[in-house]
Design a protein around this ligand. Sequence first.
Ligand code: MG
Length: 169
Amino acid sequence: MKLNNDLAKALNDQVNAELAAAHNYLAMAAYFDSADLPGFATWFRAQSQEETQHAMKFYDFISKRDADVTLAAIAQPTQTFDSPTQAIEAALNMEQAVSAQIHALFGMASDHKDYAAQSLLNWFLDEQVEEEDSFRNLLIQTRAAQNDPWNLQVLDKELAARPTDPTPV
Ligand code: MG
């Protein structure tokens, strides 16, 4: 079944939104590297990689449904923050915005009775619940540790355990 043109356009916009998220999280990784918090940097690098995988899920769906994938420009990400907490607040805001985008896409897929698109978007609805929860937890932990250098170091060590692909050498 050919993709509806409006839905194809909206799914393409989401490819770009996920790539923009990947770009923003990589910028946050660079911020944490600059701030000498390599564990946070690793965690954000892994998150950036996950966003690229999200983009590719939409990319493959569009392509397999015989529509065209069209990439657009990505704005320069913010790379300076006043504190680790501020960076993570920005990340949580971004995930909340992505959740709203996925909801809107699901509504559009429902309007067009595109059940395959709804199935894809069901995965993303669940994923956004996980993403928001994960950033909210990180924010709580970072807020608790931010005024205590020792606790911040302990948290940084914990975050370093998140696997990245490939593992940095
Ligand atoms: Mg995503």
